[in-house]
Write a protein that binds this ligand. Structure first.
Ligand SMILES: [Ca+2]
Ligand SMILES: [Ca+2]
Length: 208
């Protein structure tokens, strides 16, 4: 409890520091950059051995960044920034046909529009270990607005506070969206993520 009070007082100090800058940011709402991270997930016993993802996305978004997920394997990507609209994609390879549920890979980009406006079209295919395409694709996409820990659709100081309180007592103060709370994308929600949200609100960084 003592630690919790200490954290809350640190949060209050941080809120006071961040408020003027956060207000300034709201005045320039048109320039706000949103960061989206997409998790490509499979359920248990999916049998996926590899996957292809390709998409056409607005030139107003950053290039896309791909990372391997918690199931291991490897990702190779390419094609960023070609043409009038950008085309990119990745090829995911599992270490062996997947049995466990989890994330194959993630894709992240940032810009000043919604995800639906940014991604013009995409294709996603999953394959068995013999290279045959799965007729029923078991891969699902979970789109996350990074930093929006409380899931209300915008990133405010409330999100940073929620993350700090959760980090101090995860079972007592659960978060509605742990993936969004994981600002730095390292797979865990800690005070480092709250710090990153505060840096974003203070415009020290303009994306995650
Ligand atoms: Ca929020
Ligand atoms: Ca994190």
């Amino acid at each position: 409890m003592k630690k919790f009070k200490k954290i809350l007082s640190a949060v209050s100090a941080a809120v006071l520091c961040a408020m003027p800058l956060a207000n300034g940011m709201a005045a320039n709402a048109a320039g706000i950059t949103k960061t989206y991270r997409v998790y490509f997930d499979v359920p248990a016993n999916s049998g996926v051995a590899s996957a292809n993802y390709s998409m056409t996305y607005s030139k107003h978004m950053s290039e896309a960044f791909y990372d391997v997920g918690n199931l291991g394997g490897s990702v190779s990507s390419g094609g960023n920034g070609q043409g009038v609209n950008n085309i990119c994609g990745c090829y995911y390879t599992a270490n062996e046909a997947l049995v466990n549920p989890g994330t194959l890979f993630t894709m992240k980009f940032y810009g000043d529009m919604s995800f639906e406006e940014a991604v013009i079209k995409y294709e996603l295919t999953a394959k068995y270990s013999n290279g045959a395409e799965m007729s029923s694709n078991p891969i699902t996409m979970d789109v996350v607005l990074v930093g929006d820990a409380d899931g209300d659709g915008s990133i405010t100081i409330d999100d940073a506070v929620s993350i700090i309180i959760y980090a101090a007592n995860p079972s007592g103060y659960p978060l509605s969206n742990l993936r969004a709370a994981d600002a730095n994308g390292d797979g865990v929600v800690t005070e480092e993520d709250a710090t990153m949200v505060q840096q974003y609100l203070a415009q020290i960084i303009n994306h995650f």
